[in-house]
Write a protein that binds this ligand. Structure first.
Ligand code: MG
Ligand code: ZN
Length: 242
């Protein structure tokens, strides 16, 4: 797993196998405990936190830019941007008028619950806001790190392979919704949307889908409705409304 990729510091490079397994288990247990605290914090404030995961280049930031615009100020939006380097994506989000904080992971390849907790202190998302957490572009280890989100949303664009869900099943299994982006390009490609949906459903039968285009805006009403439905369900669970 991800301990091999250098994101957990020097003790991750311990060669002895059982020692390494212990390090991995402790790291995930600590992360889960911090994620629990994050989730409680969000629930108490009616914040709908979504963890957006995908390969690099699938259009996460473009989707968020358009999402902020389409929400039209009906609901406050805050964004945590995760990248190894640069604040480019947070700058793009701030240009839309939404609050954003950039987290740089350096050599690390995923966000963890502690990074999110620290970013939330800085961001201070308002009550009943929608908090989008754009994870580092990586379909592997972000699947294992609970950030305290209400749901993971996996994004795949039609310029990628239809068989990605079978190649990266953990991520597609961890996600509640799959956004299929850049569908305006389908007429110019050999991409088979049906094959992608079948591949994803094979690894996660309960996965929901929305086909959209951050460029043209098609499909965004279905995406926003999915967020509204989830928020409503969360409010019912926490007994604050409904
Ligand atoms: Mg981005
Ligand atoms: Zn990682």
């Amino acid at each position: 797993m991800c301990v091999d990729c250098g994101c957990h510091g020097s003790d991750a490079h311990e060669h002895h196998n059982s020692r390494r397994v212990t390090v991995e288990r402790d790291l995930l247990a600590e992360n889960n405990s911090l994620a629990y605290d994050n989730r409680r914090f969000f629930a108490e404030r009616g914040i709908c936190a979504l963890n957006l995961v995908s390969s690099p280049g699938s259009g996460k930031t473009s989707i968020l830019e358009r999402t902020v615009a389409e929400m039209g100020g009906l609901r406050p939006v805050a964004v945590i941007e995760g990248d190894q380097q640069t604040a480019n994506d947070a700058e793009r989000i701030k240009a839309t008028g939404a609050a954003a904080v950039q987290v740089n992971t350096g050599s690390g390849c995923h966000l963890d619950a502690r990074m999110v907790a620290e970013a939330v202190v800085e961001l201070d998302p308002p009550r009943n806001s929608c908090l989008f957490i754009e994870n580092v572009g990586n379909l592997v280890c972000p699947a294992m790190f609970d950030l305290g989100e209400a749901a993971k949303v996996v994004i795949i664009s039609v310029t990628e392979g239809e068989d990605k869900p079978e190649k990266y099943p953990y991520m597609f299994r961890a996600a509640s919704l799959c956004l299929i982006n850049k569908v305006d390009l389908v007429p110019f490609l050999d991409f088979d949307v049906k094959a992608l949906r079948e591949s994803a459903t094979a690894v996660n039968p309960s996965l929901a889908f929305v086909e959209l285009s951050a460029r043209t805006g098609e499909g965004f009403s279905a995406w926003l409705k999915w967020i509204d439905d989830l928020s409503l369900a969360m409010r019912r669970v926490s007994g604050e409304g409904g």
